[in-house]
Design a protein around this ligand. Structure first.
Ligand code: BGC
Length: 245
């Protein structure tokens, strides 16, 4: 079955129809930039614009950068605070006129990577991190994906770890690759102490530049870049959208 996958991020939302049997995008993705914080109503209009762009009227899966419980948005650390408490499934469903299923963005990426990408065929404990505006995380084992909020681990001074290690921090503070890698290395060491993953998959836009920072990371687990790089969120959201029917 095909489904439209939409990945809502801190600086843009992107979508494409996906063949959920192969994980392949069926058309070039459509991107709408969100240079300032979109309100829920404006974001819903942007989601509807992506649906219209593809003339879509089937199932839609949306990856959202926050805690999702039963279709309801519980947190939105890097988006407009008015999202918190909203029924995202109803909000985006009404705006798009399509059946919508919502999932945490990193959990969506984990679905895509475990099924079609860097974790394909691997049943052991896997930690997937997405490095972007924030830090997304999910654990996977034997086909079960557990969304996590490891970007909100209290770090220096009790601030969320993502404020120190996200790739947006590297850009904003103009940190060199070695300097940023040291931060990431310390963070990964803590995560390895508590989770003991056998495989760590790094996604997000910066994963395309893994050759610049992987050599500085000393993980015990096997470390690999996401195969879908930044598109895992779209593919995983579509998988989730198709599964909800
Ligand atoms: C959110 C997570 C999300 C991550 C990446 C964090 O700030 O709390 O839910 O997965 O950003 O977008």
């Amino acid at each position: 079955m095909n489904a439209l996958g939409i990945d809502i991020g801190g600086s843009a939302l992107k979508g494409a129809p996906v063949d959920t049997k192969t994980g392949r995008l069926l058309a070039e993705r459509h991107r709408i930039a969100t240079p300032e914080r979109f309100t829920p109503a404006r974001m819903a209009r942007a989601v509807a614009a992506i649906v219209r762009h593809f003339d879509w009227n089937g199932p839609v899966g949306i990856g959202f950068p926050g805690v999702i419980q039963g279709g309801r948005i519980r947190t939105a650390a890097n988006l407009h605070p008015a999202f918190v408490g909203r029924d995202g499934r109803a909000l985006f469903g009404r705006a798009s006129g399509c059946p919508v299923a919502l999932i945490n963005d990193a959990a969506a990426a984990a679905h895509a990577e475990m099924k079609f990408g860097a974790g394909r065929g691997f049943a052991g404990k896997t930690l997937l991190l997405t490095l972007g505006t924030g830090v997304g995380s999910a654990l996977a084992q034997d086909g079960v994906i557990i969304p996590a909020e490891l970007g909100h681990l209290p770090w220096k001074g009790g601030r969320p770890a993502e404020k120190h290690v996200a790739s947006s921090v590297k850009e904003r503070k103009d940190l060199s690759w070695p300097k940023w890698s040291r931060r990431l290395d310390r963070y990964l060491a803590v995560l390895e102490t508590v989770f003991w993953p056998e495989l760590i998959i790094i996604g997000g836009g910066v994963s395309a530049k893994h050759a610049k920072f992987f050599p500085h990371l000393r993980t015990r687990a096997k470390l690999v870049p996401a195969e879908f790089f930044n598109e895992a969120g779209i593919v995983g959201a579509a998988l989730h959208g198709a599964a909800q029917r």
